[in-house]
Write a protein that binds this ligand. Sequence first.
Ligand code: ADP
Ligand code: MG
Length: 296
Amino acid sequence: ATPTAIMAGIGNATKFGILIREGDALERLSMVRYLMFDKTGTLTYGKPEVTQVCSINPDISEEDLVSLAASAEIRSEHPLGKSIVRRYTGQHGTAPPQPDTFLMLPGRGVVAECGAVPVLVGNPKLFAEQDVFLPPELVSAADACVRNGATIMYVAANSRPAGFIALADQMREDAPSVVNAVRAMGVCPVLLTGDNQTAAARIATAAGISDVHAECLPAGKLEMIDRYQEDGIRVAMIGDGVNDAPALKRAFAGVAMGGIGSDIAVDAADVVLVRDDLRYIPHLFGLAKKVMQTIR
Ligand code: ADP
Ligand code: MG
């Protein structure tokens, strides 16, 4: 059955750039107890700026390190990758050279070959998987940036650690009020991120979320959804990245940030926020509640 109220609700949503991809999405949203927020690109603007570049290989200058990373990330859909490419293009006035090969590993980073040089760009999980040892001096230099809230992209060239690039992203101005509004509607906010504990805690505190899960791989986000959904409790998830797609699919209701989000996230979602604006979240939940009240 498609009652008039649902059709009207979908019509109202569309006017605000909220795309309802599944007919029963509003009904499902009205039933959730938790909303899991992704961090990068969802609670933050997803436009991280480089705060420090550190090279530990005397043959690779800091500028070379950025060039290698930019080349490796040129086909990346990740906000971190796009930032490095933007920085390179800003400085050189041209796009970075295309890599010969490129492999994206969601929640970890990228593996590429740039001008016959094998390159890794990513977090410690990627380096562990690829058997490239991160020297303690490099990690402690990076940790100083992490304490200031940065996210670290470690870089390796020829299977040897070359240095890191630290980036910091800004929380969306509306995040605290959106989190508050969601909570006022009886939905518990949770932060689910692949980023490090410190960066996660910093954004969570600023946004007013106390339930935080950091360093989750895509499968970890999925597992967390399953854990919350035990005993018939229903969960909604909002995210923008390839890394969020499995969780968006598994959640009772999935919402994608469409403006900057990857197509893979959009395809996995029941609802898409076409405008890159978090304020449509409370609007969406309000609409869902209203439509369902009309039906009952
Ligand atoms: P979030 O859940 O905050 O959106 P992701 O799961 O996308 O974060 O990423 C988690 C972590 O994986 C990042 O903080 C970064 O360390 C690493 N990472 C993911 N993609 C890339 C990439 N393209 N380049 C470098 N690092 C990456
Ligand atoms: Mg994200």
